[in-house]
Every structure is written in structure tokens, then in C-alpha cells.
Design a protein around this ligand. Structure first.
Ligand SMILES: Cc1cc2nc3c(=O)[nH]c(=O)nc-3n(C[C@H](O)[C@H](O)[C@H](O)COP(=O)(O)O)c2cc1C
Length: 305
């Protein structure tokens, strides 16, 4: 007789997209006699409204990047220890979304100590720096990251650069009829079941959980072109975020004025740095080949491409 495995799932989804991703992952684990899934959805003390107002959206970036999240309600946890914890999160400004960061900084997150953790990410397409921050927070908690599955928007970077903000500000996934719908495709969302099945099979066979769990399953895809853009983008968010936090201490109005200036700077940065870094990378590819391969392998860990 197999011992029952207690799995804790912690998630926060604003539009419901990440909830669908998580639910599909969990389908194969439901109604299994030896698996007990407890799903805790994080509730921010002050809900984030959707669709977003333009200024409120961008005003989240200093706190998101500097990991100073708005407070959340405590989770109602059934157990003191779990056999596995699944953290499902969206990316906000190249960082884990604020509610997830708030959970990881809470007293309750100490249940992650010495526990295997799987991260599930649903985002536009830039998640590398967010996962680096996630890894650091998990390491500080003594958790053991064994897998990471990432699903990104169905459109390419340029199209989703238009469709994602249009979705966030209007609430409509297909705001422009001449462009594809924003967000992750249904096929990719359903593909999460493949990984849930692998986990269910691993439990049934009583195989210990380790980093081989999702290897060779295409759990993540690393876009080489975005590696440098994410680093540059994060540096800029970090420095401007610091400045905006300081401006806010002087007056919220002053912070707002500097924020508007930064938004213009950010749009210019995206329109120039992303294509420029892609071009530089293409030109230097023969020289950087080994370094890029090494970096790609590092970012793809622990599940691999
Ligand atoms: C404030 C905010 C910032 C975001 N920043 C990023 C980002 O840096 N990179 C990215 O790939 N997606 C970004 N997104 C898109 C989200 O990761 C995600 O795809 C979308 O919000 C839907 O997730 P949900 O299920 O939590 O609603 C951002 C979304 C929001 C609301």
C-alpha cells in the first residue's frame, strides 16, 4: 500500500489564465487514492483590479522588481509539512508577481524547507530573471527546486508587445481583430496535463522526486534572443525602481511624474534594445556560441529544454 502524498499548490492568477494552466497540470493527479492535493489561491489584502488602469499597472514595477510586495491574507494550510509544493506564478516586470513574492516572504513559506518544489510559469515571454529571483528565494528558504514548466504567449515578441498590454488595459484577449488573441494558446494550456501525468506516474511507481522528473519533456524553451534583453531590462527596472521608491518618499505626486517619464523611456528602450541586442547577438553568435549554449543550459535547469 502506497503512503498518501500531500501536495500543496500555491497560486495567484488575475485573469484566470494561470489558473487554467495549473488546473490542467492537476487533472491527472485528481481522484488518485494516494494523492491529496490542497490548492491555496493567494488573496491580496487589497485586490488588484482587472483590467488595469494605465498608471496603476506601471506603478507596480518598483515594488515588484525590488521584491517589496503589497500584503496578502494568510493561507489556510491543512498540514505542517508537504511531500511536494507547486508554486504557480505569473511574471510582473521580470519578477515573480507580487502576491507570490509576498507568500515567499511570509512566515508560512517556511513549510518549504527541505521540500521538493515545482514552479509553473505562465507569462508573455520574459521569465528568466523572474525565475532567478524565485531560485534565490527558494534557496534562502531551504527548498529544493526539482522542476520548472513554462508556457508563454502564442504570438511572437512583437505581436505580444501589442496584444498583451491591450489585454491588460481592456480586459479583452482579442482587442484588435486583425491580430491574434493575447495569451497562451489552448493547446499549450492543455499540454500541462502531460507533466501532471508524469508526476502521477512517478508517485504510482514510488520513484523518489528529483530533478530528472521533467527532463527531456520540453518543459521550457529558452529564447536566446531574449537572454541579453532580460538582463539589460532588469538592470534598468532595478535602477529606475530604486529612484521611483525614493521619489515616492518625497511625494506620491513626484513619483508619478518620474514614472510617466520612465514609461516613455521604457517604450524607447524596448523598441531599441530588444532588436539591437538581437542583432548584436546574431553578429557575435560565432564568437559567443559556447557562452550562449552554457547560459541557455543554465537558464533551462532543472528541467531542461
Ligand atoms: C503588472 C504586470 C507586469 C507584467 N510583466 C511581465 C513581464 O515582465 N514578462 C512577461 O513575460 N509577462 C509579463 N506580464 C504578463 C503576465 O506574466 C501574465 O502573462 C498575464 O498577466 C496573465 O497572467 P494571470 O493568469 O496571472 O492573469 C505582466 C503582467 C502584469 C499584470
Amino acid at each position: 500500500m502506497l503512503k498518501t502524498k500531500n501536495i500543496l499548490v500555491v497560486s495567484y492568477s488575475q485573469t484566470g489564465q494561470l489558473s487554467r494552466l495549473t488546473e490542467n497540470f492537476l487533472v491527472p493527479l485528481q481522484n488518485q487514492s494516494n494523492i491529496c492535493v490542497e490548492h491555496c489561491v493567494i488573496k491580496p489584502q487589497k485586490p488588484y483590479l482587472f483590467p488595469w488602469k494605465f498608471t496603476t499597472f506601471f506603478n507596480q514595477f518598483p515594488e515588484s522588481v525590488h521584491l517589496r510586495p503589497a500584503p496578502i491574507e494568510p493561507l489556510q494550510l491543512q498540514w505542517k509539512n508537504y511531500d511536494l509544493v507547486i508554486i504557480a506564478y505569473s511574471v510582473w516586470f521580470l519578477s515573480p508577481s507580487q502576491p507570490i513574492t509576498a507568500f515567499l516572504q511570509s512566515e508560512q513559506a517556511h513549510i518549504l524547507k527541505d521540500t521538493p518544489v515545482i514552479t509553473l510559469i505562465g507569462c508573455r515571454n520574459m521569465w528568466l530573471m523572474a525565475q532567478e529571483k524565485m531560485k534565490k528565494m527558494l534557496t534562502a528558504l531551504g527548498a529544493n527546486l526539482i522542476g520548472n514548466i513554462v508556457k508563454t504567449d502564442q504570438s511572437n515578441s512583437w505581436v505580444s508587445f501589442i496584444t498583451t498590454p491591450a489585454w491588460m488595459f481592456s480586459g479583452k484577449k482579442r482587442y484588435f481583430s486583425w491580430l491574434p488573441s493575447a495569451g497562451i494558446s489552448d493547446v499549450e494550456i492543455q499540454d500541462m496535463q502531460r507533466f501532471g501525468e508524469k508526476l502521477s506516474h512517478t508517485f504510482k511507481q514510488n520513484i523518489p522526486l528529483d530533478q530528472t522528473l521533467f527532463q527531456n519533456m520540453g518543459a521550457v524553451k529558452i529564447d536566446e534572443k531574449l537572454m541579453m534583453s532580460e538582463k539589460v531590462g532588469h538592470r534598468s527596472f532595478y535602477l529606475w525602481g530604486k529612484l521611483l521608491l525614493k521619489c515616492g518618499q518625497i511625494s506620491p505626486r513626484f513619483r508619478r511624474v518620474v514614472l510617466y517619464f520612465y514609461i516613455l523611456f521604457l517604450i524607447a528602450l524596448i523598441l531599441t534594445v530588444v532588436p539591437l541586442s538581437a542583432l548584436i547577438k546574431r553578429l557575435l553568435k560565432p564568437l559567443l556560441k559556447e557562452k550562449l549554449t552554457r547560459q541557455k543550459r543554465y537558464f533551462a535547469e532543472p528541467s531542461g529544454e
